[in-house]
Design a protein around this ligand. Structure first.
Ligand SMILES: Cc1cc2nc3c(=O)[nH]c(=O)nc-3n(C[C@H](O)[C@H](O)[C@H](O)COP(=O)(O)OP(=O)(O)OC[C@H]3O[C@@H](n4cnc5c(N)ncnc54)[C@H](O)[C@@H]3O)c2cc1C
Length: 400
């Protein structure tokens, strides 16, 4: 950097950041005065929406970034962002400093432990590929230890798995786990328990769908405890707000997310969950050359006046809008406003079952439960890979 070119730096090669980078590369394909630099701490793009499958079945849920961008003008730097200086238009990675003319922030979210005693030290989380691999190894480790143990009570404790949080991630993970345990363990020998603070699972869904998820999970053998908060975690117990204590060596914490403190300490205006406050064009307040998107952006839905939820579908949409707006800013054209399109919600309950709804023209909401749902979920995931291939103009060069 440090030359006459306009440098666009994109932080994060997740759903939103990668989409933005690929779209910008295509908009500026023939413009040599623009450099596009993509930064991520990992050398791969993760399909985060499938992490629960990797955590239980060890399926591949990542693609090397270099393979995706190799036919484009994007330069990839692997590095962890530690601070941003919006005024000086610079940022620090752990090992170097980078300057930018335009910045796109898409670093996703991190786990929120809500300062619950012992939770950070004695739970596993599901936010990254490393997390999924750690869970996979842990589950296989405790199953093996249980197999070798002669102590019945110890065996029971080893095979009692607690999932903290009955939102989308917790529910999808619990369903995968119970399917795996059914195939590998004595059916009477294990327990999967979901603890949910609210009165129902996946509260973002309508009540009838939450109820369906509850029933289907129970039918699979998952125990669901609602209206209970985890108040303390030790190495082998989970304490609940009701006074109950569950003995377990495994707590998978999916009960909350927040945004990195980097943004608040950089002077960017942040709001709920630490998300960066953005205007209708997804620009950070007071910094028109800085854009935020996906989980990082506190974008408002103008139809409801509520914040746009943290979800892959919105990160993808915003990635496209931000690319268009950076292009328009540089080429001095009016910017476009972001209006979220809610396409639906699908919750997978194992490989062959899903519950959810899709927004369709004329019908409004198409609700589905069952095997058809799992086909819809698979189609949504395949569509992401197809779009990445299309944007990177790379149909046969890498495996999706
Ligand atoms: C298990 C699970 C299941 C989910 N299922 C669904 C679903 O079914 N449907 C749905 O819509 N949403 C789902 N979500 C939510 C969805 O994955 C997120 O909303 C979405 O990934 C947000 O996209 P993003 O581009 O903002 O960030 P991300 O996709 O999280 O990408 C962030 C990127 O930034 C990188 N990064 C982070 N910090 C740094 C740093 N300091 N320096 C450098 N790089 C960094 C990360 O490596 C990552 O590549 C799920 C989430 C999880 C965890």
């Amino acid at each position: 950097m440090g030359n006459d070119k306009n440098t666009i730096v994109i932080l994060g090669a997740g759903y939103g950041g990668l989409t933005s980078a690929l779209r910008l590369a295509s908009l500026f394909k023939y413009n040599n005065s623009v450099e596009i630099c993509l930064i991520d701490k990992n050398p791969f793009h993760t399909y985060k929406t499938q992490l629960h499958e990797a955590a239980v079945r060890n399926v591949t849920v990542s693609i090397p970034i270099e393979n995706i961008i190799k036919k484009t003008k994007i330069r990839f730097i692997q590095g962890e962002v530690v601070s941003i200086s919006p005024e000086r238009r610079t940022l620090k990675l752990k090992s170097s400093d980078i300057s930018f003319d335009y910045l796109v922030i898409a670093l996703g979210s991190i786990t929120n432990y809500y300062n619950i005693e012992g939770l950070k030290d004695y739970s596993l989380t599901l936010q990254s590929l490393d997390d999924a691999q750690a869970i996979f190894e842990h589950i296989n480790g405790v199953c093996e230890e249980a197999r070798l143990s002669n102590n019945y009570n110890h065996q029971r404790d080893l095979l009692r798995f607690v999932v903290g949080g009955g939102g989308l991630t917790g529910v999808e993970f619990a369903a995968e786990l119970v399917d795996f345990l059914k195939k590998t363990q004595n059916p009477m020998g294990f327990e999967v328990i979901v603890i949910e603070g609210g009165s129902r699972l996946v509260p973002s869904l309508e009540e009838d769908l939450s109820k369906q998820i509850h029933e289907r999970l129970e039918k699979k053998g998952v125990t669901i405890l609602t209206n209970r908060f985890i108040t303390k975690r030790t190495a082998d117990t989970v304490l609940l707000s009701t006074g109950e204590t569950i003995r377990s060596y495994t707590l998978i914490w999916t009960g909350g997310i927040r945004i990195s403190d980097i943004f608040q300490s950089s002077g960017l205006k942040t709001g709920l969950m630490g998300r960066i406050v953005v205007n209708e064009y997804l620009q950070a307040l007071d910094y028109p050359y800085i854009f935020a998107l996906g989980d990082n952006a506190l974008a408002m839905n103008p139809s409801t006046n509520k914040p746009v939820p943290t979800a892959a579908q919105f990160a993808l949409q915003q990635g496209r809008v931000v690319a268009e707006n950076v292009y328009r800013l540089i080429t001095r054209q009016p910017l476009i406003s972001y209006k979220p399109k809610i396409l639906g919600e699908v919750v997978s309950l194992g490989k062959h079952l899903a519950v959810g709804w899709l927004a369709l023209p004329f019908i409004n909401k198409l609700k589905f439960i069952g095997f058809l749902g799992s086909l819809i979920k698979a189609a949504i995931e395949d569509k992401h890979i197809l779009l990445l291939k299309k944007e990177s103009r790379n149909w046969i060069g890498w495996q999706g």
